[in-house]
Design a protein around this ligand. Structure first.
Ligand SMILES: Nc1ncnc2c1ncn2[C@@H]1O[C@H](COP(=O)(O)OP(=O)(O)OP(=O)(O)O)[C@@H](O)[C@H]1O
Ligand SMILES: [Mg+2]
Length: 572
């Protein structure tokens, strides 16, 4: 068969819609409405694509009453009203990436959009959706294989690399000076709480408490080497500031002395049948309260945090007695904060009151009640307790400051950077950003696809093109010409020069090894896998089943002629 005849046969097969890879089965015809739904997915990705990268545009979000500015994928998409459930599916996937990785959600959505664009072209040529879906998954696996092979191993405790990873994740959302300051305190908090005992350098991010306070500038953000407890000092007679604090964490209801009241629940059981006994009881009870305060004082405690245990609180008289002894106390401290306080100060949580000892106490250089401003509250001036200057704090607090919208955005930026930094500590393999990694993978995938001998090759090529869209969009978003960039990138890779990407700040092509743009391998890997999986889900759907007159937004996974369901194919 000569080349001409071969091409005619292939084109004929494509036109007829026969799919040789699926054993000759006919592809399901795609109704126009269904293609419209894929268009919705593409529209969402196009909306986000202009916000990709450090010079990506911000979006103004408004519901008519409130206005916010953001360029975080999940925040933007939460406000987007979509008509088609498949587009809703993409939004949900983006949110789950945002929750799971905290980074890379825009890249994931844009990549999914590009994959869907490519798939649409192939569908028009008569490809079976499943062929495309499976080829995409195959391509993503190969891409991940290449990714693992090109990733660079770094030292997890090398502060320089950690700072670069953090700054890349912040993606210029803060200006340069603020960016350096934030990167520094984020690295400090991560290295402070990282589990250096395990070989894996795991970071439990719940040990870094993130609080957001309106007012001041981003630069007023502070890293507290300890915990900020969102409770005031419980009693006005107590001191508001203690230096060289010796901290007791009490996680028990104040129980009576075991030898006096062996049943422990004496208050429920006591029976008073004579008024004289009442007085006796009061005295005894008061003496007990004093003994409790004496016990607390005897072990050397000068700061007490009492865990929230139902509505149980510190007895009012105990509060007053503690105040007299110069002990600062807070109540209703939530469990998470109690754990953090333990990690930060070295205190052990006491559950058996009369058995506690000096060894259970923790240390902080200073414990102080400070006024903070929360404009959203009816009474905006509230007081929190700052436990600071802990010796080897294994839990810390970042108090982010800024004006209304910018404080919220700064907090989100810090969250992204913390997630990216912790991913790097867990697995210190990195790749070079600015689209360099996507360009390398794209060219490698194309080379690999050339060796394929069937139509999967075309789908893998589309996957490679979708990857290349990332550096091209980064270039476009910083004002470079996409076509020139593509040609330049092609030339670089053709001449064997790897790691070329877009230096957005200098607006040019650059070997990204020489830049400081670094991304953790594990985040990139999940982003590519998720984009391929999202495209696969979209391509595998051929019917939408809508519940009749239902307010339920849930779409049933599969329904077989169930009463009450109306089958609508791609209807909006
Ligand atoms: N200074 C820089 N120069 C070039 N590229 C950069 C720079 N900083 C970040 N990037 C690149 O920008 C891209 C990430 O952009 P962005 O943070 O807007 O999207 P995302 O991480 O996918 O989404 P999100 O942060 O909303 O979850 C990555 O490809 C990264 O390598
Ligand atoms: Mg990002």
């Amino acid at each position: 068969m000569n080349e001409h005849t071969l091409r005619a046969v292939v084109q004929g097969a494509l036109r007829d819609g026969k799919d040789n890879l699926r054993g000759g089965e006919k592809p399901k015809e795609l109704k126009n409405e269904w293609k419209d739904c894929l268009d919705d997915v593409i529209k969402i990705s196009d909306t986000l694509s202009t916000s990709l990268g450090p010079l990506g545009a911000e979006k103004i979000l408004t519901d008519g009453k409130h206005v916010a500015v953001s360029n975080f994928a999940a925040t933007i998409l939460r406000k987007v009203r979509v008509t088609h459930p498949v587009a809703q599916l993409l939004i949900e996937m983006c949110e789950s990436i945002d929750k799971e990785l905290g980074e890379g959600s825009k890249t994931m959505v844009v990549l999914t959009g590009e994959l869907v664009k490519g798939a649409k072209e192939l569908l028009d040529q008569g490809f079976h959706p499943l062929t495309i879906a499976h080829s995409y998954i195959e391509a993503s696996r190969k891409a991940v294989e290449f990714l693992d092979s090109i990733a660079v191993n770094e030292d997890p405790l090398d502060r320089g690399t950690l700072l670069r990873v953090i700054k890349t994740a912040m993606s210029q959302r803060l200006d340069d000076e603020d960016g350096d300051y934030f990167a520094d305190i984020i690295a400090e908090s991560l290295l402070g709480v990282v589990d250096q005992a395990s070989a894996k350098y795991d970071v439990d991010l719940s040990n870094i408490k993130l609080l957001c306070l309106e007012g001041g500038a981003a630069r007023d953000t502070r890293l507290v080497h300890g915990v900020v407890v969102e409770q005031p000092v419980v009693n006005g007679f107590m001191p508001k500031r203690i230096e060289n604090a010796r901290i007791l964490l009490l996680s028990a209801k104040a129980p009576p002395e075991p030898e006096k009241f062996p049943n422990d629940d004496f208050i429920n059981r006591i029976e008073i049948d004579d008024p004289k006994k009442m007085e006796e009881f009061r005295k005894e009870y008061d003496a007990l309260l004093w003994r409790m305060v004496n016990k607390i004082e005897s072990i050397g405690c000068n700061v007490l945090f009492h865990e929230m245990l139902g509505t149980h609180s510190i007895h009012e008289r105990v509060q007053a007695y503690l105040g007299k002894r110069g002990i600062l106390a807070a109540r209703f401290v939530d469990e998470e904060d109690m754990k953090r306080l333990g990690r930060a100060t070295g205190a052990k949580r006491v559950t058996a009151f009369w058995h506690m000892s000096e060894e259970d106490l923790g240390y902080a250089k200073i414990v102080e009640e400070r006024e903070v401003f929360k404009p959203e509250l009816t009474d905006p001036r509230i007081r929190w307790i700052f436990v600071d200057g802990c010796r080897d704090p294994r839990a810390m607090t970042l108090v982010v400051k800024g004006l209304k919208t910018s404080a919220a955005n700064t907090k989100r930026t810090v969250e992204h950077a913390l997630r990216s930094g912790s991913a790097f500590l867990r697995d210190p393999r990195i790749v070079y950003g600015g689209g360099a990694v996507e360009a390398v993978l794209s060219f490698r995938l194309k080379e690999w696809a050339r060796g394929m001998e069937d139509r999967r090759q075309m789908a893998v090529m589309k996957f490679a093109e979708a990857l290349l869209a990332i550096p091209l969009l980064l270039a476009k978003n910083c004002g470079m010409n996409s076509l020139d960039t593509m040609i330049a990138l092609n030339n670089r890779y053709a001449s064997g020069e790897n790691w070329y990407g877009i230096d957005c700040l200098r607006r040019g092509l650059r070997n990204m090894e020489a830049s400081s743009v670094r991304e953790p391998l594990i985040i990139k890997r999940r982003v590519y896998e998720s984009a391929a999986a999202a495209a696969m889900v979209m391509l595998r759907i051929d019917r939408m089943l809508k519940r009749k007159e239902s307010r339920d937004r849930e779409i049933p996974e599969s329904v077989t002629k169930t009463e009450g369901y109306k089958q609508t194919v791609g209807k909006k």
